[in-house]
Design a protein around this ligand. Structure first.
Ligand code: G6P
Length: 366
Protein backbone atom coordinates (compact mmCIF):
# COMPACT_ATOMS: atom_id res chain seq x y z
CA UNK A 1 0.00 0.00 0.00
CA UNK A 2 2.88 2.38 0.79
CA UNK A 3 4.02 2.05 -2.83
CA UNK A 4 0.52 2.83 -4.08
CA UNK A 5 0.56 6.03 -2.07
CA UNK A 6 3.57 7.18 -4.04
CA UNK A 7 5.46 8.39 -0.98
CA UNK A 8 2.53 10.32 0.49
CA UNK A 9 1.14 9.42 3.93
CA UNK A 10 -2.44 9.15 2.66
CA UNK A 11 -4.28 8.57 -0.60
CA UNK A 12 -6.22 11.76 -0.09
CA UNK A 13 -3.19 14.05 -0.20
CA UNK A 14 -1.77 12.09 -3.11
CA UNK A 15 -5.03 12.59 -4.99
CA UNK A 16 -5.18 16.29 -4.09
CA UNK A 17 -1.68 16.68 -5.50
CA UNK A 18 -2.62 14.77 -8.64
CA UNK A 19 -5.22 17.36 -9.60
CA UNK A 20 -3.14 19.29 -12.15
CA UNK A 21 -2.50 16.05 -14.03
CA UNK A 22 -6.14 14.95 -13.75
CA UNK A 23 -7.25 18.30 -15.18
CA UNK A 24 -4.79 18.07 -18.06
CA UNK A 25 -5.92 14.53 -18.85
CA UNK A 26 -9.59 15.54 -18.78
CA UNK A 27 -8.95 18.49 -21.10
CA UNK A 28 -6.91 16.51 -23.60
CA UNK A 29 -8.57 16.12 -27.02
CA UNK A 30 -11.44 18.38 -26.05
CA UNK A 31 -10.15 21.74 -27.25
CA UNK A 32 -9.43 22.65 -30.84
CA UNK A 33 -8.55 26.10 -32.12
CA UNK A 34 -10.14 28.10 -29.33
CA UNK A 35 -13.31 25.97 -29.26
CA UNK A 36 -14.52 22.98 -27.33
CA UNK A 37 -14.77 19.78 -29.35
CA UNK A 38 -15.54 16.43 -27.78
CA UNK A 39 -13.51 14.40 -30.23
CA UNK A 40 -14.09 11.24 -28.19
CA UNK A 41 -17.89 11.32 -28.06
CA UNK A 42 -20.69 12.44 -30.36
CA UNK A 43 -22.86 14.49 -28.05
CA UNK A 44 -25.19 16.04 -30.58
CA UNK A 45 -27.90 13.40 -30.37
CA UNK A 46 -28.13 14.21 -26.66
CA UNK A 47 -27.96 17.98 -26.98
CA UNK A 48 -29.86 18.93 -30.14
CA UNK A 49 -33.02 20.89 -29.37
CA UNK A 50 -32.63 20.63 -25.61
CA UNK A 51 -34.63 23.27 -23.77
CA UNK A 52 -34.17 22.20 -20.19
CA UNK A 53 -31.45 20.44 -18.26
CA UNK A 54 -31.70 18.40 -15.07
CA UNK A 55 -28.52 17.55 -13.19
CA UNK A 56 -28.75 14.76 -10.64
CA UNK A 57 -26.03 13.35 -8.38
CA UNK A 58 -25.04 12.58 -4.78
CA UNK A 59 -22.45 13.99 -2.39
CA UNK A 60 -19.48 15.70 -3.94
CA UNK A 61 -20.74 14.99 -7.45
CA UNK A 62 -23.93 16.88 -6.52
CA UNK A 63 -21.79 19.85 -5.54
CA UNK A 64 -20.16 19.73 -8.97
CA UNK A 65 -23.69 19.80 -10.35
CA UNK A 66 -24.49 22.97 -8.39
CA UNK A 67 -21.54 24.65 -10.12
CA UNK A 68 -22.73 23.11 -13.40
CA UNK A 69 -26.11 24.79 -13.03
CA UNK A 70 -24.53 28.25 -12.73
CA UNK A 71 -22.15 27.58 -15.60
CA UNK A 72 -24.66 26.15 -18.10
CA UNK A 73 -27.24 28.81 -17.30
CA UNK A 74 -24.70 31.59 -17.72
CA UNK A 75 -22.88 30.31 -20.80
CA UNK A 76 -25.63 28.53 -22.70
CA UNK A 77 -28.74 30.36 -21.45
CA UNK A 78 -30.49 27.08 -20.71
CA UNK A 79 -32.57 26.59 -17.57
CA UNK A 80 -31.01 23.98 -15.27
CA UNK A 81 -32.43 22.24 -12.24
CA UNK A 82 -30.01 20.46 -9.95
CA UNK A 83 -31.12 17.79 -7.50
CA UNK A 84 -29.79 15.33 -4.98
CA UNK A 85 -30.56 11.92 -6.49
CA UNK A 86 -32.32 10.54 -3.40
CA UNK A 87 -34.68 13.53 -3.47
CA UNK A 88 -35.14 13.64 -7.22
CA UNK A 89 -36.35 10.06 -7.36
CA UNK A 90 -39.28 10.72 -5.11
CA UNK A 91 -40.56 14.03 -6.40
CA UNK A 92 -42.93 14.73 -9.27
CA UNK A 93 -40.54 15.83 -11.97
CA UNK A 94 -42.09 17.91 -14.74
CA UNK A 95 -39.88 16.50 -17.46
CA UNK A 96 -41.17 18.07 -20.66
CA UNK A 97 -40.09 16.36 -23.87
CA UNK A 98 -37.06 18.51 -24.73
CA UNK A 99 -35.17 17.78 -21.56
CA UNK A 100 -31.76 16.34 -20.92
CA UNK A 101 -30.74 14.56 -17.74
CA UNK A 102 -27.08 14.82 -16.77
CA UNK A 103 -25.99 12.39 -14.08
CA UNK A 104 -22.63 12.95 -12.43
CA UNK A 105 -21.00 10.06 -10.58
CA UNK A 106 -17.35 9.36 -9.87
CA UNK A 107 -17.93 5.62 -9.45
CA UNK A 108 -20.83 5.31 -11.84
CA UNK A 109 -22.44 2.91 -9.37
CA UNK A 110 -24.31 5.05 -6.83
CA UNK A 111 -27.73 3.47 -6.36
CA UNK A 112 -29.84 6.63 -6.19
CA UNK A 113 -28.11 8.23 -9.17
CA UNK A 114 -28.58 5.08 -11.19
CA UNK A 115 -32.26 4.96 -10.23
CA UNK A 116 -32.75 8.55 -11.45
CA UNK A 117 -31.08 7.63 -14.74
CA UNK A 118 -33.36 4.60 -15.18
CA UNK A 119 -36.45 6.66 -14.40
CA UNK A 120 -35.51 9.19 -17.08
CA UNK A 121 -34.83 6.50 -19.64
CA UNK A 122 -38.22 4.94 -18.90
CA UNK A 123 -39.79 8.30 -19.70
CA UNK A 124 -37.84 8.59 -22.97
CA UNK A 125 -35.60 11.39 -21.69
CA UNK A 126 -32.07 11.63 -23.07
CA UNK A 127 -29.35 10.92 -20.52
CA UNK A 128 -25.77 12.11 -20.52
CA UNK A 129 -23.43 10.63 -17.90
CA UNK A 130 -20.32 12.24 -16.46
CA UNK A 131 -18.31 9.53 -14.76
CA UNK A 132 -14.79 8.50 -13.91
CA UNK A 133 -15.17 4.77 -14.38
CA UNK A 134 -15.16 3.27 -17.85
CA UNK A 135 -17.76 0.55 -18.19
CA UNK A 136 -19.56 1.45 -14.95
CA UNK A 137 -23.34 0.97 -14.73
CA UNK A 138 -24.02 4.65 -15.31
CA UNK A 139 -21.69 4.67 -18.32
CA UNK A 140 -23.37 1.60 -19.79
CA UNK A 141 -26.92 2.78 -19.35
CA UNK A 142 -26.67 6.44 -20.38
CA UNK A 143 -27.10 7.52 -24.00
CA UNK A 144 -23.72 9.22 -24.02
CA UNK A 145 -20.80 9.46 -21.58
CA UNK A 146 -18.25 12.14 -20.93
CA UNK A 147 -15.42 10.62 -18.95
CA UNK A 148 -13.49 12.51 -16.31
CA UNK A 149 -9.96 11.22 -16.58
CA UNK A 150 -9.07 11.64 -12.92
CA UNK A 151 -7.61 8.14 -12.60
CA UNK A 152 -8.52 5.82 -9.73
CA UNK A 153 -9.68 7.64 -6.63
CA UNK A 154 -9.12 5.59 -3.49
CA UNK A 155 -9.70 8.00 -0.58
CA UNK A 156 -13.35 8.08 0.46
CA UNK A 157 -13.34 11.87 0.36
CA UNK A 158 -13.50 12.84 -3.30
CA UNK A 159 -11.04 15.48 -4.51
CA UNK A 160 -9.59 15.02 -7.98
CA UNK A 161 -12.86 13.54 -9.26
CA UNK A 162 -14.65 16.73 -8.20
CA UNK A 163 -12.12 18.99 -9.96
CA UNK A 164 -12.46 17.08 -13.18
CA UNK A 165 -16.27 17.05 -12.88
CA UNK A 166 -16.12 20.83 -12.64
CA UNK A 167 -13.91 21.00 -15.71
CA UNK A 168 -16.43 18.89 -17.65
CA UNK A 169 -19.23 21.26 -16.57
CA UNK A 170 -17.28 24.17 -18.08
CA UNK A 171 -16.53 22.26 -21.27
CA UNK A 172 -20.16 21.27 -21.60
CA UNK A 173 -21.36 24.82 -20.90
CA UNK A 174 -19.06 26.15 -23.61
CA UNK A 175 -20.00 23.41 -26.06
CA UNK A 176 -23.70 24.16 -25.54
CA UNK A 177 -22.95 27.87 -25.96
CA UNK A 178 -21.23 27.14 -29.28
CA UNK A 179 -24.18 25.09 -30.48
CA UNK A 180 -26.77 27.59 -29.37
CA UNK A 181 -24.85 30.71 -30.39
CA UNK A 182 -25.24 32.29 -26.99
CA UNK A 183 -21.72 33.70 -26.71
CA UNK A 184 -19.48 35.65 -29.10
CA UNK A 185 -16.59 33.58 -30.50
CA UNK A 186 -14.02 35.75 -28.75
CA UNK A 187 -15.59 35.13 -25.34
CA UNK A 188 -15.52 31.39 -26.01
CA UNK A 189 -11.90 31.62 -27.13
CA UNK A 190 -10.82 33.58 -24.08
CA UNK A 191 -12.63 31.23 -21.69
CA UNK A 192 -11.04 28.26 -23.41
CA UNK A 193 -7.65 29.93 -23.01
CA UNK A 194 -8.28 30.38 -19.29
CA UNK A 195 -9.32 26.73 -18.99
CA UNK A 196 -6.04 25.71 -20.57
CA UNK A 197 -4.20 27.59 -17.84
CA UNK A 198 -6.19 26.21 -14.91
CA UNK A 199 -3.95 23.21 -14.19
CA UNK A 200 -0.91 25.50 -13.82
CA UNK A 201 -2.80 27.69 -11.39
CA UNK A 202 -3.90 24.67 -9.35
CA UNK A 203 -0.25 23.63 -9.27
CA UNK A 204 0.75 27.07 -7.95
CA UNK A 205 -1.86 26.79 -5.19
CA UNK A 206 -0.66 23.31 -4.23
CA UNK A 207 2.84 24.71 -3.78
CA UNK A 208 1.40 26.81 -0.97
CA UNK A 209 -0.05 23.81 0.92
CA UNK A 210 2.17 24.70 3.88
CA UNK A 211 0.26 27.94 4.40
CA UNK A 212 -3.02 26.02 4.62
CA UNK A 213 -1.45 23.52 7.00
CA UNK A 214 -0.49 26.38 9.32
CA UNK A 215 -4.09 27.63 9.32
CA UNK A 216 -5.35 24.12 10.11
CA UNK A 217 -2.84 23.87 12.96
CA UNK A 218 -4.33 27.01 14.47
CA UNK A 219 -7.94 25.80 14.30
CA UNK A 220 -7.52 22.04 14.76
CA UNK A 221 -9.28 21.98 18.13
CA UNK A 222 -12.38 23.79 16.96
CA UNK A 223 -15.81 22.16 17.39
CA UNK A 224 -17.81 23.96 14.76
CA UNK A 225 -17.21 25.95 11.57
CA UNK A 226 -19.18 27.83 8.93
CA UNK A 227 -18.41 28.24 5.24
CA UNK A 228 -19.95 31.23 3.53
CA UNK A 229 -20.05 32.53 -0.02
CA UNK A 230 -22.38 33.84 -2.69
CA UNK A 231 -23.15 32.46 -6.14
CA UNK A 232 -20.41 30.13 -7.32
CA UNK A 233 -18.54 30.74 -4.08
CA UNK A 234 -21.51 29.31 -2.18
CA UNK A 235 -21.42 26.22 -4.39
CA UNK A 236 -17.78 25.69 -3.40
CA UNK A 237 -18.60 26.43 0.25
CA UNK A 238 -20.93 23.40 0.16
CA UNK A 239 -18.05 21.21 -0.95
CA UNK A 240 -15.58 22.72 1.54
CA UNK A 241 -17.96 22.03 4.42
CA UNK A 242 -18.62 18.47 3.27
CA UNK A 243 -14.89 17.72 3.01
CA UNK A 244 -14.23 19.01 6.50
CA UNK A 245 -17.08 17.17 8.20
CA UNK A 246 -16.58 13.86 6.47
CA UNK A 247 -12.94 13.40 7.35
CA UNK A 248 -12.24 15.55 10.43
CA UNK A 249 -15.64 15.14 12.16
CA UNK A 250 -15.76 18.86 12.85
CA UNK A 251 -19.24 20.27 12.49
CA UNK A 252 -19.24 22.28 9.28
CA UNK A 253 -22.11 24.14 7.74
CA UNK A 254 -22.19 25.95 4.42
CA UNK A 255 -24.37 28.98 4.20
CA UNK A 256 -25.28 31.36 1.43
CA UNK A 257 -23.84 34.53 2.93
CA UNK A 258 -26.97 36.55 2.25
CA UNK A 259 -28.97 34.09 4.36
CA UNK A 260 -26.85 34.49 7.48
CA UNK A 261 -29.28 36.96 8.98
CA UNK A 262 -32.09 34.44 8.61
CA UNK A 263 -30.73 32.04 11.18
CA UNK A 264 -27.08 31.08 11.24
CA UNK A 265 -25.90 34.39 12.61
CA UNK A 266 -27.36 33.26 15.96
CA UNK A 267 -24.66 30.58 16.14
CA UNK A 268 -21.74 32.92 15.57
CA UNK A 269 -19.95 33.63 18.81
CA UNK A 270 -16.44 34.40 19.92
CA UNK A 271 -13.79 32.25 18.29
CA UNK A 272 -16.00 30.37 15.79
CA UNK A 273 -14.07 29.95 12.53
CA UNK A 274 -15.92 31.24 9.46
CA UNK A 275 -14.36 30.39 6.12
CA UNK A 276 -15.39 33.12 3.68
CA UNK A 277 -14.90 32.61 -0.05
CA UNK A 278 -14.75 35.86 -2.00
CA UNK A 279 -14.10 35.63 -5.72
CA UNK A 280 -17.24 36.80 -7.49
CA UNK A 281 -16.56 40.30 -8.79
CA UNK A 282 -20.11 41.57 -8.63
CA UNK A 283 -20.67 40.18 -5.12
CA UNK A 284 -17.47 41.30 -3.41
CA UNK A 285 -18.91 44.27 -1.59
CA UNK A 286 -21.79 42.23 -0.28
CA UNK A 287 -19.39 39.55 0.95
CA UNK A 288 -17.22 42.10 2.72
CA UNK A 289 -20.28 43.33 4.62
CA UNK A 290 -21.18 39.73 5.53
CA UNK A 291 -17.65 39.25 6.83
CA UNK A 292 -18.02 42.40 8.93
CA UNK A 293 -21.27 41.00 10.35
CA UNK A 294 -19.68 37.79 11.57
CA UNK A 295 -16.54 39.55 12.79
CA UNK A 296 -18.68 41.90 14.85
CA UNK A 297 -19.98 38.76 16.65
CA UNK A 298 -16.48 37.51 17.39
CA UNK A 299 -15.93 35.07 14.51
CA UNK A 300 -12.42 34.22 13.36
CA UNK A 301 -12.53 34.78 9.61
CA UNK A 302 -10.44 32.73 7.23
CA UNK A 303 -10.69 34.38 3.82
CA UNK A 304 -10.19 32.59 0.51
CA UNK A 305 -10.03 35.44 -1.96
CA UNK A 306 -8.93 36.35 -5.42
CA UNK A 307 -5.67 38.29 -5.58
CA UNK A 308 -5.99 42.05 -5.74
CA UNK A 309 -9.25 42.22 -3.78
CA UNK A 310 -9.12 45.52 -1.94
CA UNK A 311 -10.08 45.64 1.71
CA UNK A 312 -10.10 41.89 2.42
CA UNK A 313 -6.81 41.80 4.32
CA UNK A 314 -8.08 44.10 7.08
CA UNK A 315 -11.27 42.09 7.54
CA UNK A 316 -9.80 38.60 7.85
CA UNK A 317 -7.75 36.85 10.53
CA UNK A 318 -6.20 34.51 8.00
CA UNK A 319 -6.13 34.96 4.26
CA UNK A 320 -5.38 32.55 1.44
CA UNK A 321 -5.10 34.26 -1.92
CA UNK A 322 -5.77 32.45 -5.19
CA UNK A 323 -4.36 33.66 -8.52
CA UNK A 324 -6.46 36.15 -10.50
CA UNK A 325 -9.04 34.45 -12.65
CA UNK A 326 -12.30 34.97 -14.49
CA UNK A 327 -14.95 34.81 -11.70
CA UNK A 328 -16.74 32.04 -13.54
CA UNK A 329 -13.78 29.67 -13.26
CA UNK A 330 -12.67 30.27 -9.68
CA UNK A 331 -14.40 27.18 -8.20
CA UNK A 332 -11.63 25.04 -9.71
CA UNK A 333 -9.13 27.08 -7.69
CA UNK A 334 -10.91 27.88 -4.42
CA UNK A 335 -11.75 24.26 -3.75
CA UNK A 336 -8.07 23.37 -3.51
CA UNK A 337 -7.25 25.24 -0.25
CA UNK A 338 -10.53 23.89 1.17
CA UNK A 339 -9.53 20.31 0.38
CA UNK A 340 -6.13 20.93 1.94
CA UNK A 341 -7.74 22.53 4.99
CA UNK A 342 -9.98 19.48 5.53
CA UNK A 343 -7.04 17.15 5.03
CA UNK A 344 -4.69 18.87 7.49
CA UNK A 345 -7.47 19.33 10.04
CA UNK A 346 -8.18 15.58 9.90
CA UNK A 347 -4.50 14.70 10.18
CA UNK A 348 -3.98 17.01 13.15
CA UNK A 349 -7.06 15.60 14.86
CA UNK A 350 -5.72 12.07 14.42
CA UNK A 351 -8.54 10.90 12.14
CA UNK A 352 -8.45 8.02 9.71
CA UNK A 353 -8.21 10.33 6.72
CA UNK A 354 -8.70 7.84 3.89
CA UNK A 355 -11.38 5.77 5.59
CA UNK A 356 -13.64 8.01 7.66
CA UNK A 357 -16.01 6.29 10.06
CA UNK A 358 -19.46 5.27 8.78
CA UNK A 359 -18.75 6.25 5.17
CA UNK A 360 -18.12 4.28 2.00
CA UNK A 361 -16.46 5.23 -1.26
CA UNK A 362 -19.41 4.12 -3.28
CA UNK A 363 -22.97 3.83 -1.97
CA UNK A 364 -24.52 1.03 -4.00
CA UNK A 365 -27.43 0.36 -1.64
CA UNK A 366 -30.30 2.72 -0.95
C1 G6P B 1 -20.11 8.60 -1.44
C2 G6P B 1 -18.66 9.07 -1.44
C3 G6P B 1 -18.59 10.53 -1.90
C4 G6P B 1 -19.25 10.68 -3.25
C5 G6P B 1 -20.68 10.14 -3.25
C6 G6P B 1 -21.22 10.02 -4.65
O1 G6P B 1 -20.80 9.28 -0.44
O2 G6P B 1 -18.10 8.95 -0.15
O3 G6P B 1 -17.23 10.92 -2.00
O4 G6P B 1 -19.26 12.02 -3.63
O5 G6P B 1 -20.73 8.81 -2.71
O6 G6P B 1 -20.47 9.07 -5.34
P1 G6P B 1 -20.35 8.98 -6.88
O7 G6P B 1 -19.47 7.79 -7.13
O8 G6P B 1 -21.75 8.78 -7.42
O9 G6P B 1 -19.77 10.24 -7.38
Amino acid sequence: EAAEKGGYPHFMIKEIMEQPQALRDTLRGRIQGGRVEFSDVDLDCCLDGVEKVFIVACGTAYHAGVVGKHVIERLACLPVEVDIASEFRYRDVLWGDKSLLIVISQSGETADTLAALREAKKKGIRVLAVTNVVGSSVAREADRVIYTWAGPEIAVASTKAYSTQLLVMYLLGLYLAQKRGTLPEEVIASTVRELRGIADKVEAILEKAGAVEAIAEKYAATASTFFIGRGLDYAVALEGALKLKEISYVHAEAYAAGELKHGTLALIEKGVPVIAIVTQDELQDKMISNIKEVKARGAEVIGIAKEGLAGIEEETDELFVIPGEDSLLTPMLTVVPLQLFAYYMAVKRGCDVDKPRNLAKSVTVE
